[in-house]
Every structure is written in C-alpha cells, then in structure tokens.
Ligand binder design. Structure first.
Ligand code: ADP
Ligand code: MG
Length: 408
C-alpha cells in the first residue's frame, strides 16, 4: 500500500466532507451505512451530491464498498485514513512534501517526508491489526474469537498514540530516541535519523563498547520503570559521531545507538516483565554473538537486580506515561492483546488487505536466515550482509522524489 500524493491533490471540497463523514461514522460502525454518511457530511447538494462523492472516493480507493447482510455501506481504507492523517499534518505544518518509502513492515510503513524548509523527517504509518485477506477467508472462527477483529483503525491509532507518548517522555528524560514532532490518527512524524540500522552493520571496531552501551540503555530504561519489549538489531539505529581527531588528524568516530519503535513498551511491573526483560537482553546477546562473535564475560543483567534500581538516581517513573496521556486501561489492554496476537499468529497478518496492492517482496528472505524473529524480515531494503557499509536502507539524497502536496 503506497501513499499517493497525487490523489491527495485532486480531492474536491465535497469529497473531503464526505470522507470525513465516513471517518466519523466509522467510530461506531465497522461498515458505515450510506444514510449515516449522508447525515455526517451534510452536503448542501443533498443525497445526489453525496452519492457522487462516494463514488469518486471509492474510485480513488479512499473508501471501499462493503456488502453486509443487513445493509450496504462503506468503510475507510488505509489509503483513506492515510489521506486524512497527511492532511492534518500538512495543516499543522509538520509535513510539506512526501518522498519515498524507506521501509515497509508488517507493523508500519516508513516514509520520508520534508517540511516547508526542506528538512527531512520520517512519517511512520502504523498498520496494526491489518489481517490478511487469506486468513479472513480461511480462518473465520479464529477471527471471531480473537480480538483480531477489534478494528485496524482503532488498533493502529492506539499504536501511534502510545508510541508518540513514550517517545515524548523518553526524549524529555534525555534518552537517545528520535524527536517526536506530531501525531495524527495512525501516524507519527519524527526526526529522521541518518544512520545504519544495527542489522545492516557487519563489523564494528569495538563490539564490547557498543554492547556495553546497549546493555546500559536497557538498564537505564528499567530504572525508569520501562522495558522496550522489542530491543533488537532492527530497532536500534547506529549513528556515527565524530568524537575528536587523533595525532594524525584523523577523525575518531563514535558509534551512537538510537532506539526506535515503542508501541510494545511494557512496565517493569507488568506481570510478564521478567520474560520481556530477559528477551530484550538475550536478543542483544544473541545478535552480538552471531554477528560480531562477541560474548560478554559478564552474566546478566538480571531482572531482579534491575528491578531494585527502579527510581534510583532520581530516575522518573515513565511507565504510567501512556495512562497519563489519555489512554484508558482498556485501550492499553486492547493494544497489548493485538501485539501479542500478531506475535503468536504471524501467518494471519502476512498478506495485505484486498484493496491494497500485494507487497512485491513478500517472499524475500534474510540472507543469513537464522534466528530472525518473525515480523521483521520484511524491510523493503534488504541488504546482503557483506555490503552492509552502504546505506542501502536509507538513501534519502538519491531516493527522495519529493512531490509537493497541494491539498484542496
Ligand atoms: P516497525 O514497527 O514496522 O518495526 P520501526 O519504527 O521499527 O517500524 O521502523 C522500521 C524501519 O524504518 C527501521 O528499522 C528503520 O530502518 C527505519 N526508521 C524508522 N524510524 C526512523 C527514523 N526516525 N529515522 C531513520 N530511519 C527510521
Ligand atoms: Mg521495528
């Protein structure tokens, strides 16, 4: 599924009203009946105008017709929701232009954007709860019983809200995370980190020191009451910073890890906190062993010891952040259940929705294939390990094909 700035350009004011009418209606209805769209969009031209707009919007794929037993109606597509979010970001001057997609995951699309000054930023579009069309057809019972049907729009919005709240809180405590700029619906705008994802790095001068930095980050999060929950080579971006120069005038580079991807963060008080904590630690251990042939001489760190450091050195507890920023307990539970469900049943999420184009890199495999965790061997820019020093994943200068958005 791609963002299509061209479609954004051509939306007439009436179509816009009708689109927002569908969005409003979908808060209470999975399929919004046509009469409700008419009511919500309150077009002067009456029902005929609404019907014309409905068919315009359906033609460009912002809404889709759904035949139900009881009534026919429409639902917002991902494209429609993307459109609404993009519109909101441009209104708030967070985005002026949209560039190319630099990553596609099962959980999100990552798109390069820029503001009016040409400053590059990243738009993360959450795609949580997008159930594969195949699994809808073959697995109806499963879908009926699980929260899988809880609504992709709702779940994706929760993921974006939670991620934005944690990014803001972590940033304010000085953690190395991107700066969150804006959130609308299922999307977030944040600063672009010019970096290599750790997974693309084949070699580092001093693995022990990078390892120590990453373990220190896990422990620092714990002090603030948090476990990242997906602390691995996909969610760590490595920046090179010049630390100084040596006697020969050569630059001394320092590798600085930046942490991303926060919808699954959990509290140190979570009932499964120890499992999540150990999993994060082990991800790093396993990766360093496999990639850099590095094994720490130190055991641990261990959850029990980390838990004792909660709040130490004046560390502010951050685990209540989501609740403090408008989340209800139910919302957190729904989101957690959806993330867990996806971990347990990735097969139900593998193909795109019927109206979406099928990802053309579906069967692409990670080169070294071993021990890849599910849900992550899906980045659009796969890099063979031996060419890891090229910034294959992130090539904004060459790739960026900025389309000016002129909305409405
Ligand atoms: P997902 O939930 O789909 O895993 P992530 O937030 O982990 O989404 O982003 C997916 C990929 O996009 C990352 O592995 C990274 O390569 C790239 N990416 C995400 N955010 C940024 C950013 N702020 N700057 C640069 N690259 C980013
Ligand atoms: Mg990720």
């Amino acid at each position: 599924m791609k963002l299509d700035p061209k479609a954004v350009r051509h939306l007439a004011p009436e179509d816009w009203r009708v689109l927002t009418g569908v969005e409003l209606g979908s808060k209470g209805h999975e399929v919004v009946p046509t009469y409700l769209i008419e009511k919500n969009s309150r077009l002067r031209g009456g029902a005929r105008g609404v019907h014309r707009s409905i068919s315009n919007l359906a033609r460009i794929g912002l809404i889709a017709k759904v035949k139900e037993n009881k009534y026919d109606g429409y639902r917002l597509t991902y494209g429609g929701l993307d459109y609404l979010a993009l519109h909101a970001h441009t209104q708030k001057n967070a985005i002026y232009s949209v560039g190319s997609r630099i990553g596609v995951g099962k959980e999100s699309d990552i798109v390069m954007v820029a503001d009016e000054h040409g400053v590059q930023k990243v738009l993360k579009i959450h795609r949580l709860g997008r159930i594969s069309f195949r699994s809808v057809k073959t697995n109806r019972d499963y879908l009926k019983n699980k929260n899988a049907g809880a609504g992709w729009m709702y779940l994706s919005r929760l993921a974006a809200m939670k991620e934005f709240a944690f990014m803001t809180a972590l940033r304010s405590e000085g953690f190395p995370v991107p700066e969150p700029i804006a959130q609308s619906r299922h999307t977030i705008v944040m600063t672009f980190i010019d970096s290599f994802p750790l997974r693309q790095i084949s070699d580092v001068p001093d693995p022990a020191s990078l390892y120590a930095d990453l373990i220190a980050m896990i422990l620092r999060l714990a002090k603030h009451g948090l476990i990242h929950g997906d602390f691995n080579e996909f969610n760590l971006l490595i920046k090179e910073e010049v630390e100084g120069t040596n006697g020969d005038g050569e630059e001394i580079l320092k590798l600085v890890p930046i942490l991303i991807d926060f919808p699954q963060m959990v509290s140190m008080d979570h009932e499964n906190a120890e499992m999540y904590f150990d999993r994060d630690v082990n991800c790093i251990k396993t990766f360093f062993k496999r990639r850099f042939k590095f094994t720490s001489t130190q055991p641990g760190p261990f959850f029990k010891a980390a838990k004792k450091t909660l709040g130490q050195d004046g560390a502010k507890r951050l685990d209540a952040v989501a609740l403090a920023s408008g989340f209800t307990k139910k919302m957190l539970k729904d989101l957690e259940a959806a993330i867990k469900d996806k971990e347990l049943h990735p097969e139900n999420y593998e193909v795109s929705e019927d109206e979406d184009e099928k990802a053309d890199d579906d069967d692409e495999e990670e080169e070294d294939g071993d021990e890849q965790d599910e849900g992550h061997h899906d980045q659009e820019s796969q890099t063979p390990e031996n060419s890891a020093q090229e910034k294959v994943g992130l090539q904004p200068e060459q790739d960026l094909d900025i389309e000016k958005l002129s909305i409405l």
